[in-house]
Structures are given as C-alpha cells and as structure tokens.
Design a protein around this ligand. Structure first.
Ligand code: UN1
Length: 499
C-alpha cells in the first residue's frame, strides 16, 4: 500500500529530518513510512538554549498579542485539518473520524487560549495594613518541556503548547518515538505561521529521540515545567528527577477507568457510551473504559448486550482506519498486542466468560496487529484488572449496593476518569462525591472529554491538570506584591512594632 499522498503535504519537513536511526512504521500495515534522525543529547541541550533565548523576547510581548499568534495557528490548523487528520490516522492508527476529532481538539484549545490571552487575571487582596495594596501577578514561567504519547500524537501537545505560548513560554516537544511525523508536520505548520507573525525563533521546537533525549529535558533546570504524558512507569522515572532539581511536573499517566451501571440506568443511553468507551481508538485512550461495574440485577444482561454490540461492530467494521466505514483500527504495534494477550491469558482462569481478544486480518496485514476487542465477564477484581493494559479489554463485574460499587471503583491505583449510568439523582451526586478520579461523568462515558474542563487525574495518574479551566496557571509563576502608598513609615504586618 502506498501512503505517499498522505505524507506529500509534509514532505519537505520530513526530508529535513531524514536520517538513519529512527524508523517510523504505520500500524495500518506495518510498512516503513520514513527513517528519521534522532537528536543527540548535545542537540537537545542546544535546543533548550534556543528556547531560553526565545523566552527572553516572548515574555515581554503583550499577552493578547501572543494570543494573536495562537489565533493564526488555530486558523492554519483549520486549513490543514484534513491533511493533518489523515497523517494522525496513518501514524497512530486511529480511525479517520477520530483523527479529525483530534485536530479539532487542537483547534478548540487554540480558541480557548486566544480568549485566555486577555484573561490572565490576578487577584487584588485586602491588606491588613493602612495604605497598602496587595496583588497577585501572573508572570511567564520559562521554556516548557512537553513529552507526549503515541495515542494522542498531536492534541496533548497542543493543550500544553497553546496555553504555554499565550502565557509567554516557549515549548520544546519530544513526541513519542512511534509518532514523530505528525509532530514534524505540526511544527512545520507552526513555523510558517510564526515566521509571518514575526515570532522569535525557538518558540516551538521538536526534538526526536528516546530515553536520552527525554532525560536531557527532564534534568535541565532551564525548563521549569515538564509536562509528560504516558505510562505510570514513565511518570515514576520523570517525577522524582524533576523534583530533584525543584522543577515542576505536570503528569498525565495511566488510567483504569470504570463505568458503574446502576439499576435505574437507561440502557439506551448507557450501551452506546460503553461501546465507544471500550473500543473507541481501539481501546488505546488513557480514558478508555476498562471496567464496567454493573448492578447484579443487570449484570448478565449488560454483559451479553455489550459483548454482542462490540463483536457486531468489530466483525463488520474492523479494518484500515483510512477507510470511511471503519470503526476499529489496529493496535499501535506488536508489543501492544502481546501485552493484550498476556493480560487475557492471566485473566482467563478467573473469568466467567471471555468474548473476543483474538488477532484478526493477519492474512491481509501480516505485519500489523488488528484484534477483536475483548469483553470479559468476571466476579471480583483480581490484580490483573487493577493494572492498566493499553488495549481494548473491558472487564464486566457485578455489585450489590452502591457503597460496594464505589469500593470496587476506587480500589485501583489509577484515578483518571469515571462514570455512572443512572437516572437517580441521589446516586449521581453520591457517585460524584465518592469517585476518586479527576473526571466523574453522569450518563456519558469515560472518554471524549471537551477541552474546556481541566483534564487529568489523581493517584498513579499523576495529579496533573491540562487544557481548560485554570490549568494555565501551571505555565506561569505567581507573584505576590504589596505596595505602600502612604507618607509615614510603613506599618509592619501582624501588628509588630519596631520603633
Ligand atoms: C489521552 O488518551 O491521552 O477525553 C487523552 C478524551 C480525549 C483525550 C484523551 N479528549 O478521551
């Protein structure tokens, strides 16, 4: 299969990064798309120096003007929506419709950031002293290091970058080694907008590479904030190293998201959400639904209906994610497939029923990994269910009362997204109070958040919040300032006399 037409709009950017050490394959058929050049540690360090210089210039540009650059970038993304979405699909394997959604998420955060550029408000605080004024100022923080994952190869970067730019900060981006091409494409689009705008060079940079490049970012004190998305294992390595140098971290790590299906649930609302949550993006979202905790009175029925719906969709609509009718594309790679199989092998002896899980289409695509999503009926929550497997597996388990459901729900180490399906207001409110996740939805699924809210989670998910609400504050430094405008010696706080 030739994918040249998808790569063509970004051929110049790829050519400039041609090399030998970073082969990039498409998960669609496993074929080689490009071989790129990784950055060395020294090149990464030099890029940080360049970002530092850009910061000196950019921090003094008025914030609404910085917003104007982001507005133009958002418009450029609108123009490139189809080409960029196709590239996202080609490189990470999500279906074209979801590729479009991902680019739309970038456009949305740009719009949000443009508005924000006129709203980087601080407080005026009542001073206890005569003729004193106390204020809180928000100032640009410095260059931001962004480490992103393969499954949202461009949107998660944009959540960080659009906010960082309006806040006055340059961005250095290390994309996943599995999806560097989309990063280079975004960088090329940004550069043409930035050139025309007259933005300082180095406001946005991409560094390609593996652990060495990541470590060079993580350990460099010139990057006051590292925003990292990926596995809990990665976060465990990044967090302490950044803390060691008193840097800030914004971590977006594993999820193990559950939906509680209560007896009053409207199943015509619940089932479509369960299907999308568990098999959308082939189960490779950090917000994917991995656990379904069903009231015992509905357990058999929900399991059967979910498994049937999933397998019906899977049989009819699995294939190349570039084809318009496809709803389930491939897993990212062989490692992902093997992790899925290992989890299924471990859970099988404890499961009541397992539907799906097997590899399909290997005759058509011997070097790609398409699977039937697995739906597993299980009583209780063994260790294997408490770990995140980044693949389409949904565990369906029973509960007897809502207290017990919440105990099961909160008994995993991750705390990203959660949902309840209920028409009972009391249950819905109780659920929101008790869910230990950063996201708690009622009658919608665990995945597919809008950018306007803060996105992120607790516990092993890492505690970070990205995109909407007041997540911007992490990209700025807070300054408390007290001014005295009287004529006699200023009073001391706490009534202290020092005559
Ligand atoms: C991710 O999987 O890393 O809420 C991000 C969602 C998307 C973002 C997912 N808006 O599913």
């Amino acid at each position: 299969m030739s994918f040249d037409h998808i790569l063509a709009p970004f051929a110049a950017a790829l050519k400039a990064r041609e090399g030998l050490d970073l082969p990039v394959h498409t998960p669609i058929d496993g074929s080689l798309l490009a071989t790129l050049r990784m950055d060395t540690k020294a090149e990464t360090t030099a890029a940080i120096g360049k970002a530092q210089e850009a910061f000196i210039a950019w921090r003094d540009v008025p914030a609404p003007k910085r917003g104007e650059l982001v507005r133009r970038f958002g418009n450029a993304l609108r123009e490139h929506k189809e080409t960029l979405a196709a590239l996202v699909t080609l490189e990470c394997g999500k279906i074209h419709e979801e590729g479009r959604g991902e680019v739309q998420e970038m456009i949305d955060i740009c719009d949000f950031a443009v508005g924000l550029s006129r709203q980087l408000h601080g407080l005026t605080i009542a001073s206890e002293r005569q003729d004193h004024v106390m204020q809180e100022n928000w100032l640009p923080l410095g260059p931001i290091g962004v480490i992103s994952a393969f499954n949202f190869p461009v949107a998660v970067w944009s959540w960080n970058a659009a906010l960082a730019w309006v806040c006055g900060d340059p961005v250095i981006w290390k994309p996943s080694e599995k999806t560097p091409i989309t990063a280079l494409a975004c960088q090329a689009i940004f550069e043409s907008v930035a050139r025309e705008f007259g933005a300082p060079e180095g406001l946005s940079q991409v560094v390609l590479g593996g652990v060495e490049v990541g470590e060079a970012l993580v350990d460099d004190h010139r990057l006051p904030l590292i925003s990292a998305t990926g596995s809990t294992r990665m976060g465990r390595a990044v967090g302490p190293r950044v803390a060691q140098r008193f840097g800030r971290c914004l971590l977006e790590l594993g999820g193990n998201n559950a939906v509680i299906v209560a007896p009053s649930a409207d199943l015509s609302v619940a089932l479509p959400s369960l299907v999308f949550g568990s098999i959308g993006t082939a189960g490779q979202r950090c917000t994917s639904t991995r656990r379904v905790i069903v009231h015992r009175s509905l357990w058999d029925q929900v399991y059967e209906r979910l498994a049937t719906a999933v397998q019906t969709v899977a049989c009819a609509r699995t294939g190349s994610p570039l084809e318009p009718g496809t709803l389930i594309g491939p897993l990212i790679d062989r490692g992902s497939f093997e992790a899925m199989q290992a989890t299924l092998a471990e859970v099988r002896p404890q499961a009541i029923k397992v539907s799906g899980g097997e590899r399909v289409m290997h005759d058509v695509y011997p070097n790609a990994y398409y699977v039937r999503p697995a739906v597993v009926k299980i009583a209780g929550q063994p260790d294997v269910v408490c770990r995140e497997t980044f693949a389409p597996i949904a565990f369906v388990m029973p509960y007897d009362d809502l207290d017990e459901a919440m105990t099961i729900h909160n008994a995993v180490p991750q705390g990203l997204s959660s949902a309840i399906m209920t028409t009972d207001l009391r249950e819905a409110e109780f659920f929101k109070r008790r869910s230990d996740c950063g996201i708690a939805n009622v009658n919608i699924g665990t995945s597919g958040a809008e950018i306007g809210g803060a996105f992120g989670g607790e516990k092993e998910t890492g505690g970070g919040r990205e995109s909407g609400s007041d997540a911007w504050k992490q990209y700025m430094r807070r300054q408390t300032s007290t001014t005295y405008f009287g004529h006699t010696a200023p009073q001391l706080a706490q009534g202290i006399r020092f005559d």
